[in-house]
Ligand binder design. Structure first.
Ligand SMILES: *Cc1c(COP(=O)(O)O)cnc(C)c1O
Length: 345
């Protein structure tokens, strides 16, 4: 039964998290300055802290991961260059074609394997010879996690070594790299080993309201800062946002394990329902298949039970710091009740 006093459970994405009281207190207390003049102490502190945490020389705070990825692509690649990227990758598929549109960079998309990797043989095969007919292959971009899957660490090592041995640079879209590190039980530094540059989202599972950080060599970050300004990412008293991001990095990394446990419990509960085909989560994101005819009524049943989810024949569910174990149990109950009475027409 729906209870109108119940809080909404939001399983659409880990971007929906609300800043906690403690995070808001850190934001309120932040010292600020004009970050375009590099005068914001909170932004400077965050950039240095993140660089140190992940083992890079320098960091650059920007409003979104789309922007930190684009800054990275535009700094690695010039007009007429290309980057190798997975067909399912965010930088290729979900960033509006920004590399091509704004960077004059040609993407060379390559099919992702079932585990989210790009086959080493495919990387080899798509590196173009030095010939005026071809775009210049400059960069390999990987994503970890990708669709909630963690790239195997030995694969990351092999792929980045291969790229470097062929003269390519390497960029990691590490929007959820902290999830990958926690899942593998390795440090953040170990998880980004082999990459020249990394983009990290602070506004996903880490729980900050806004922002991503680009990490790399100092000279690269200096060049990236020019692109950030051109792209409209030069913020002024951004320290209020950086303070939230700082709080997120200091407090919300290890607890990602709870999100992974909650996703596993949710998947186990839903797997008991005969009509569903449920994937096994590695982190906080997993996919399930539901009968197409059930989509519309399920959407209604979830809304009536105050559960937000993007319902479709192949749907994604995401746990995060505002989804508790009790929320998982309630969600399983609502799905179970719905499918107990639902029959395909
Ligand atoms: C969310 C995300 C980004 C960046 O998204 P923004 O919404 O622009 O911050 C980049 N890559 C991946 C894999 C993501 O999930």
């Amino acid at each position: 039964m729906s209870d109108t006093n119940q809080e909404w459970i939001d399983l659409r994405s880990d971007t929906v998290t609300q800043p906690s009281e403690a995070m808001r207190a850190a934001m309120a207390a932040a010292s600020v300055g004009d970050d375009v003049y590099a005068d914001d102490p909170s932004v400077n502190r965050l950039q240095e802290y993140a660089a140190e945490l992940f083992g890079f020389e320098a960091g650059l705070f920007a409003p979104s991961g789309t922007q930190t990825n684009l800054i990275a692509l535009m700094t690695h690649c010039a007009r007429g260059d290309e980057y190798l990227v997975g067909q399912e990758a965010h930088t290729y598929k979900y960033e509006g074609g920004g590399a091509a549109v704004l960077g004059s960079i040609q993407p060379q998309p390559i099919a992702n394997q079932a585990d989210g990797s790009i086959a080493l043989a495919d990387i080899e095969a798509y590196i173009k010879p030095d010939d005026m007919h071809f775009a210049r292959t400059r960069l390999l971009a990987l994503e970890n996690t990708i669709g909630g899957r963690v790239l195997p660490q030995d694969y990351v090592k092999a792929a980045t070594s291969l790229a470097h041995s062929r003269g390519l640079a390497t960029h990691l879209d590490g929007a959820r790299i902290a999830n990958a590190a926690v899942r593998n039980g390795i440090s953040l530094r170990a998880a980004v080993q082999g990459f020249d540059t990394v983009s990290v989202c602070l506004s996903k599972g880490l729980g900050a309201p806004v922002g991503s950080v680009l990490l790399g060599p100092r000279a690269f970050i200096e060049q990236g800062k020019r692109w950030r300004k051109m792209l409209g990412g030069g913020m002024r008293q951004a320290g209020v946002l950086a303070a939230a991001a700082q709080y997120a990095l200091e407090h919300n990394v290890e607890r990602l394990a709870e999100d992974h446990d909650n996703a596993a419990a949710l998947a186990r509960g839903l797997a008991q329902i005969a009509a569903l085909k449920v994937g096994t989560p590695q982190t906080n994101i997993f996919w399930l298949d539901i009968p197409a005819a059930a989509c519309a009524p399920l959407r209604e049943a979830l809304a009536a039970a105050r559960i937000r989810a993007t319902v479709g024949p192949r749907m994604r569910l995401v746990t995060h710091l505002d989804v508790s174990a009790a929320d998982v149990a309630r969600t399983v109950d609502v799905f179970t009740d719905f499918f107990a009475q639902w029959r395909e027409q």
